[in-house]
Design a protein around this ligand. Structure first.
Ligand SMILES: [Zn+2]
Ligand SMILES: [Zn+2]
Length: 326
């Protein structure tokens, strides 16, 4: 006599857990119980299912040669992205994440079946269990010759055996975590297997686009519009940082240059130092000039011409070349 595959009778793979075995048994026992199922094969099937369950429930002493497990079995890890703005990433924040989950349906004890199926007359054979074809009357395939069909699906869970059970988790994001870095939340991953522990949750930090700053590594970049007069004359300008506004001294004739403010970028964490703030100056020209401004610029130009060699050697060279060409 060939070996009986008890797992197969219960529709399971050989690695099924005790909980899965129990669940499959409940489902099949409900389906094949002779009190509920008028199929003439029902009692045979029911006995088979019960025997399979009893045999498989004795499993522990059946596998003595299995190597002892070194580690506690663990549920699957779960990975999610978590989006914060740059300020939250820099200072730390508490955010709520929603973890999709499932819980076994109470109504059907996770079997997906209801105890009393809803019986409907078969529409294909009109309840006779037979249909007419070339060979005469043959058993109806739509109802397996029973003349009726039974809807066993649990209405509470539409037959899935589980209902969605989402969880809300409050997550503390430590200060100065860089976007792209991962935060591990122990025990919030997939469900624990038999005698095991649940998986972990890994959250990858993502930064929402910021209206002012761009983050590059741990350096913060910012474009600051500055008037042509200020870029020529130098002086203090206001520059935003993640901690608020700072005054930065602009040297004379700074058009086209960039300013680096050390340690004013993304804050440091552990051994990682704080980043720098890289200020890109964007020279702004006025749309028009007042009479006074024109007069002052004219005066500035005259002064320049008087000391051209010192103030602008390239312009002085050009003037000399022009003179030779004349
Ligand atoms: Zn039928
Ligand atoms: Zn249910």
């Amino acid at each position: 006599m060939s070996a009986v595959d008890f797992h197969q009778i219960l529709g399971l793979t050989p690695d099924a857990s005790a909980a899965e075995i129990k669940r499959a048994y409940k489902r099949l026992a409900m389906r094949w119980h002779p009190d509920r199922n008028p199929d003439p094969q029902a009692h045979v099937q029911f006995r088979l299912v019960r025997e399979a369950f009893e045999r498989l429930s004795r499993v522990p002493d059946q596998a003595p040669e299995a190597p002892p497990r070194r580690h506690t079995p663990k549920g699957a890890d779960r990975r999610m992205d978590i989006e914060v703005d740059l300020h939250e990433a820099a200072r730390g924040a508490t955010v709520t994440v929603t973890i999709e989950g499932r819980e076994a349906c109470d109504e059907c004890d996770g079997t997906g079946q209801r105890s009393y199926g809803r019986t409907t007359m078969c529409g294909t054979c009109y309840g006779s269990g037979r249909v007419r074809d070339e060979g005469g009357l043959t058993p109806c395939t739509a109802c397996n010759g029973k003349g009726f069909t039974t809807d066993n699906h649990c209405p509470a869970c539409t037959g899935r055996g589980w209902n969605p059970a989402d969880r809300q988790l409050a997550i503390n994001i430590p200060a100065a975590m860089l976007p792209g870095e991962e935060l591990r939340v122990a025990g919030q991953g997939g469900p624990a297997p038999e005698n095991g522990e649940p998986g972990d949750l890994y959250l990858t930090l993502r930064a929402k686009p910021h209206p002012i700053f761009r983050l590059n590594g741990h350096d913060l970049h910012v474009t600051v519009p500055v008037s042509i007069f200020r870029t020529l004359a130098g002086g203090l300008i206001e520059v935003p940082t993640l901690d608020g506004i700072r005054e930065v001294l602009l040297s004379e004739a700074s058009a086209g240059t960039e300013i680096r403010v050390p340690k004013a970028g993304f804050p440091g964490r552990g051994r990682r130092p704080a980043g720098d703030l890289q200020v890109h100056l964007e020279t702004q020209y006025p749309q028009f000039l007042s009479k006074e401004q024109k007069a002052m610029l004219e005066m500035a130009e005259q002064v320049l011409l008087h000391q051209l060699e010192a103030q602008s050697p390239s312009l002085a060279n050009w003037n000399a070349a022009l003179e030779a060409y004349r």
